[in-house]
Design a protein around this ligand. Structure first.
Ligand SMILES: [Mn+2]
Length: 309
C-alpha cells in the first residue's frame, strides 16, 4: 500500500537517485556481455526505442542487448522510461546487463550516432537536465524529426496525454506496483518456457487484448496524441508510454496524421525504425531472433518436401 498521501505525491520534486551517478562513473571498459553481431549490423536511418525500464526485473535486457548489437542508425531516439526511477527508489535492482545497455548506448554515441534522450514519467528525474548533453546523449523534453521523404514528426514520451497519469498520479503508482508484480510473474513464466525450449510469451500482451477497458483506453490515448500532433501542424507523432506498439493514421480537417508507438522492452520488445527511403516499420525483436534460429524456408526445401511427401 501507499505510505504517502496522494497530494504529497502530486507535484513532488524530483529527487536525484542515489547510486545512479555512480553507475555512469563506474561504467566498465568492456561490457559483461561481449558485443556479438549476428552477421552484418542492419543499418537504419533512425531508431526509436522506449519503455526499457532499466532497474526492474521486467526489462528484457537480453533481447535489447541483442537488438543493440545487430542494428545501427544515424539517429537514435530514446523515447522515455529508459531508467525506472520509481522502482529504483524502492529497491535497487541493477544487474550487469543493465550497465551493458548503458555502455552500448554511450558507445553508439561515440561511434557517431546522434542520440536523443527524451525522459518519460518513470525517468522524470532526468527531465531537469533537458537541454544538456551527457557523453554525446542529448536530453530534451520533446523533439521534431524530419524523415528523409519530408514528413515532420513530433517525438515525445506521451505521458503528457495520459489522463490517468495527470489526474491521479497516486493511482498510477498503485497501477505501477500491480503492473510490476505481473511483470515479475511474466519473467518467471518465460524463464520456465525458455527451459522447455518454448518461444517468448507475453502475459500482459495476452491480458491487454482481452480487457475491454484497456483496449478503449489505448484507443482513446492514440486519438488524443494524434490530435495534439494535428494541432501542432506536423505530419505525425512518435511516442511510447503505453507499451503498445502501433501504427495508425488519423484524419483531422482532411489532413492525415500518423500515430506511431514504438512499444516497449518489457513485453513486446519492439523498436520503430526509419529505413533510408523514409519508410517506417515496427520491429518485433523476439520474432527477429526466432526467425534467425530457424533456417529460412527456401523453394528448394519446399520442393524437396513435396517429393518426399
Ligand atoms: Mn511512461
Amino acid at each position: 500500500m501507499l505510505r504517502e498521501a496522494p497530494d504529497q505525491l502530486i507535484g513532488q520534486p524530483s529527487e536525484p537517485i542515489t547510486g545512479l551517478a555512480g553507475i555512469a562513473d563506474d561504467l566498465p571498459v568492456e561490457p559483461s556481455v561481449p558485443e556479438k553481431a549476428h552477421g552484418q549490423r542492419r543499418r537504419f536511418r533512425t531508431i526509436w526505442i522506449s519503455d526499457v525500464h532499466l532497474g526492474t526485473k521486467g526489462c528484457n535486457a537480453e533481447l535489447l542487448i541483442d537488438f543493440l548489437d545487430n542494428t545501427d542508425s544515424e539517429t537514435m531516439y530514446l523515447v522515455g522510461d529508459i531508467i525506472d526511477g520509481w522502482r529504483l527508489k524502492k529497491k535497487i535492482f541493477w544487474p550487469p546487463e543493465h550497465n551493458d545497455i548503458v555502455w552500448r548506448i554511450l558507445k553508439r554515441a561515440r561511434r557517431g550516432t546522434r542520440i536523443v534522450y527524451i525522459p518519460g514519467n518513470h525517468d522524470e528525474m532526468i527531465r531537469p537536465f533537458s537541454g544538456m548533453n551527457f557523453g554525446g546523449v542529448e536530453i530534451t523534453r520533446a523533439a521534431f524529426h524530419d524523415t528523409v521523404d519530408g514528413r515532420r514528426l513530433m517525438v515525445l514520451h506521451g505521458d503528457e496525454f495520459d489522463t490517468v497519469m495527470l489526474a491521479h498520479r497516486w493511482l498510477a503508482l498503485v497501477g505501477d506496483t500491480a503492473y510490476h508484480l505481473a511483470m515479475a510473474l511474466n519473467h518467471w513464466v518465460n524463464r520456465a518456457r525458455q527451459e522447455l525450449g518454448l518461444p517468448y510469451w507475453s502475459l500482459s500482451k495476452a491480458a491487454k487484448h482481452k480487457v475491454k477497458n484497456a483496449v478503449e483506453f489505448i484507443s482513446k490515448y492514440e486519438e488524443v496524441v494524434a490530435r495534439a500532433a494535428a494541432e501542432r501542424g506536423v505530419d505525425g507523432v512518435v511516442c511510447g508510454h503505453i507499451h503498445t506498439a502501433e501504427f495508425r493514421t488519423f484524419t483531422y480537417d482532411g489532413r492525415a496524421v500518423e500515430y506511431w508507438n514504438d512499444g516497449d522492452w518489457v513485453e513486446g520488445c519492439n523498436a520503430l525504425i526509419e529505413h533510408f527511403d523514409g519508410r517506417m516499420e515496427i520491429l518485433h525483436w523476439a520474432d527477429e531472433v526466432a526467425s534467425r534460429k530457424e533456417p529460412p524456408i527456401t523453394k528448394a526445401a519446399c520442393d524437396a518436401e513435396l517429393i518426399v511427401g
